[in-house]
Design a protein around this ligand. Structure first.
Ligand code: ZN
Length: 351
């Protein structure tokens, strides 16, 4: 969890120059960049293949509304909210780095329609009197659903360098709980991301709006981003279709790209320390929302989980004991209780 610290070392950069398609000014860029903003007129130029430079028409920016200290306050507030976070997290956390950038995203508006077919399990009683039994059988089911999604594709290849960008699209983790090797966690404390709508709050790109944070040029051209987002939407719809019935046999998604915009998004990357472990967070510089965060789980949360599990087992063993062999089950129940107490003790000690 604490390994994904942004890497500072990079391969040597080769600088090149191109002529802005709008104002003709010479603009310096790093080889590999294909979306190059002009700092004289605010145009973004796209290198779409050998010698083909085009102006990006649908070019927007989301203004950054926060300062570094306000972003850190947002992080501290987040630390106090929700379940399964260490109780003293907001007091004990020490910020290591808090950095904001305008990162480029291709936001593609895609209409996706999915037809699915599958099987659902049913049960019925067959036979009569003594030969009566449950018969399990399958019935065919099918359906369709349509969604309009604004899918964001990060327009750079250094995805590893920035924490949590996947959480800007739906279906990945937006909260990662660090249970520190505690196995009875049942995935508690984790949360799944929802859609971040970049189109809301975006404005036509101006140099004035881009002043507040460093801006990074893009590397991925529009055509590639559209193909990529189509594939991701198809994957996402496949995962939604899997939940529609017991066994999905067929999924067919058609996608239609309605619009694609290049949007510069203000994002803040935070690393903090808590008891010598490092955690990361990603905060949206326009909405002030925590898009993704990692947090250690408190020792009390672990104790509560163990207590609940112990209580369930105790009830189970009591029921079994009264119905079956009391001595055996009370004996086993006592062993389970002792084991559970040891767990609480060791979990508390680990913190
Ligand atoms: Zn220009």
């Amino acid at each position: 969890m604490s390994e994904n610290i942004p890497a500072k070392a990079e391969t040597p950069e080769i600088t090149r120059t191109l002529k802005c398609t709008s104002c003709g000014a010479p603009i310096k860029y790093v080889e590999g960049e294909n979306l190059i903003s002009c700092f004289y007129c605010g145009t973004t130029n796209m290198l779409a293949g050998f010698d083909r430079i085009v102006k990006v028409e649908n070019h927007r920016i989301i203004p950054n509304e926060y300062t570094k200290s306000q972003i850190e306050q947002i992080c501290r507030d987040w630390m106090t909210k929700g379940f399964f976070k260490a109780a003293d997290l907001d007091e004990q956390a020490v910020f290591d780095t808090t950095e904001g950038f305008f990162l480029p995203f291709w936001v593609t508006t895609i209409e996706a329609r999915t037809f699915w077919a599958g099987l659902n399990k049913r049960e019925r009683w067959v036979g009569s009197a003594r030969s009566r039994r449950v018969d399990r059988y399958y019935v065919p089911v099918n359906g369709e659903f349509t969604q309009t999604l604004n899918w964001a594709i990060y327009a750079r290849q250094d995805t590893e360098r920035y924490f949590g960008l996947e959480a800007l699209n739906p279906g990945s983790h937006s909260v990662e709980a660090d249970w520190g090797g505690f196995v009875l966690n049942f995935g508690l404390g984790e949360q799944t991301s929802t859609q971040t709508d970049f189109r809301k709050g975006s404005q036509p790109f101006t140099l004035e709006l881009a002043k507040s944070l460093p801006i990074l040029n893009g590397q991925v051209i529009r055509e590639n981003a559209e193909t990529h987002s189509r594939n991701r939407v198809i994957e996402y719809h496949r995962s939604l279709a899997q939940r529609k019935c017991a066994r999905v046999t067929d999924v067919d998604t058609t996608t239609y790209v309605k619009e694609t915009q290049l949007i510069y998004v203000p994002l803040w990357f935070i690393t903090y320390r808590y008891k010598d472990k490092r955690y990361q967070m990603l905060v949206n510089g326009c909405s002030g929302e925590v898009e993704k965060g990692q947090a250690p789980v408190g020792k009390y949360d672990k104790a509560v989980v163990v207590s609940v599990v112990t209580a369930i087992l105790a009830v189970l063993f009591t029921v079994l004991a009264t119905k079956l062999d009391p001595q055996f089950f009370y004996g086993t129940g006592a062993s389970v209780a002792i084991a559970a107490l040891y767990w609480i003790y060791s979990a508390a000690k680990r913190d």
